[in-house]
Ligand binder design. Structure first.
Ligand SMILES: Cc1cc2nc3c(=O)[nH]c(=O)nc-3n(C[C@H](O)[C@H](O)[C@H](O)COP(=O)(O)OP(=O)(O)OC[C@H]3O[C@@H](n4cnc5c(N)ncnc54)[C@H](O)[C@@H]3O)c2cc1C
Length: 379
């Protein structure tokens, strides 16, 4: 048996889940991260996991194989947090949204139809049913609404913290506040990870560096095509429960600014505004104080419970997005002991990616449903 560890670079939700799943099976794991996992950094731009809106869903995922991939992971979340002993850090209750125009109602109904044909638990509601579900909302005109029962959201800091705690209990080598500066090769394989605190010899390397994964992969001579969009979330002071049923509420997509709302277990409300963004500099509202206020005001119009509630923190980061929008997962052909793991929707996907990576790395298996997500698809 080779006694060198598997080095996992990056302890966001993706790297933490992979390290947890590897160590749970008894693997010798080194986890290296430039910061303290799950905690705020001194920099203006935070890791994606810290900033994330963390809605667990398969709602807008296309095509069907990617929808199913997300759905599978969504359905694993309850087991994941139960194993970590932190079941309360996942909040269930479903996702509610509405449309305010006839065109928006048509689009909503079409998507609901597609998702129902795929077996996703989602249904259309009229304005009255929506109001009965969430009496605290003042939505204005409602031309249609939808409710997806199975969706939820995660308290990502607690999840990452719990993974790290288990890793520490199991004797993993944890190297935080340690920056990776190079990947030393022997032939085509990575023999050691060079850090600003010295070298870590390794048997295999997992790259889970979020938006910095392309930069890390380049250290091994690999081109990982990705882009990232700007993302911002706003946290209020804790308030009493704002929703009766739903875990996540989205304002009309046909009436800008689009806003998203969830309430964390400690009562703080997280707001997110603007579109996901399809280009490098596209993305959320929130670069300036003015944009942050615009999001807060927009939410207060249909959720009076947040009006005047102090803002506790504004989180800003980058979404790690592979070039075609789908994850890049698996061993690289050119550097055979380097395992890539970079994705948007990484909160939804963390349990499934963690479990699959452990199978592929420890059992030398190749999972067939990961075929669409290999680096090789980019040629
Ligand atoms: C605004 C916003 C909203 C989002 N909403 C959702 C959502 O609703 N649902 C959902 O599922 N997903 C959502 N996402 C996406 C999701 O948050 C990310 O896909 C996920 O957090 C990625 O996790 P990660 O572990 O890959 O990366 P990160 O959390 O970015 O972690 C990467 C880690 O790598 C470390 N690292 C990088 N370079 C180095 C180096 N050289 N040396 C050492 N360490 C290094 C960093 O310090 C960091 O801790 C959202 C993202 C954003 C920004």
């Amino acid at each position: 048996m080779n006694t060198s560890p598997i080095a996992v670079i990056g302890a966001g939700i993706v790297g933490s889940s992979i390290a947890f799943h590897l160590a749970q099976r008894g693997a010798n794991v080194s986890v290296i991260d430039a910061g303290t996992p799950g905690e705020q950094r001194a920099t203006a731009i935070q890791p994606a996991t810290y900033v994330s809106f963390a809605w667990m869903n398969a709602r807008d995922k296309n095509p069907r194989h990617y929808h199913l991939f997300n759905r599978w992971s969504l359905d694993m979340w309850a087991r994941f947090v139960q194993r970590l002993g932190i079941s309360q850090s996942a909040t269930w209750g479903g996702e509610l949204r509405w449309a305010s125009t006839e065109e928006g109602a048509k689009e909503l109904a079409e998507r609901v139809g597609t998702l129902q044909a795929w077996g996703y638990p989602i249904r259309l509601l009229d304005g009255e049913a929506m109001k009965a579900m969430e009496p605290g909302l003042t939505p204005g005109v409602v031309t249609a609404a939808s409710y997806a029962d199975g969706d939820g959201h995660a308290d990502t800091g607690t999840v990452v913290g719990a993974c790290v705690e288990r890793l520490a209990e199991w004797g993993a080598d944890l190297r935080f506040d340690t920056r990776v500066v190079g990947l030393a090769k022997s032939g085509s394989r990575i023999a050691a990870v060079a850090t600003d605190q010295g070298e870590v010899p390794c048997d295999a390397v997992v790259l889970a560096g979020g938006a910095d994964t392309a930069h890390l992969a380049a250290m091994a001579g690999l081109d990982v095509p990705m882009y990232h969009t700007y993302g911002c979330t706003i946290l209020t002071d804790p308030v009493p429960p704002i929703f009766e049923t739903a875990a996540v509420v989205h304002s009309p997509r046909d009436s800008p600014p689009q806003t998203n709302i969830r309430q964390l277990p400690n009562g703080a409300v997280m707001l997110h505004g603007g579109a996901h963004g399809r280009v490098y500099d596209g993305g959320s509202l929130g670069r300036t104080d003015g944009e942050v206020q615009r999001v807060v005001d927009a939410v207060a119009r249909f959720l009076p419970a947040v009006e005047g509630v102090p803002i506790r923190e504004v989180r800003r980061g980058r979404r790690p997005i592979p070039k075609d929008g789908h994850p890049i997962l698996g061993f690289s052909e050119r550097v055979p002991n380097l395992y890539l793991s970079v994705t948007h929707s990484g909160v939804t996907l963390a349990p499934l990616i963690g479990e699959c990576a452990a199978i592929e790395i420890l059992d030398d298996a190749r999972i067939d449903f990961l075929t669409p997500y290999r680096l090789a698809r980019f040629g």
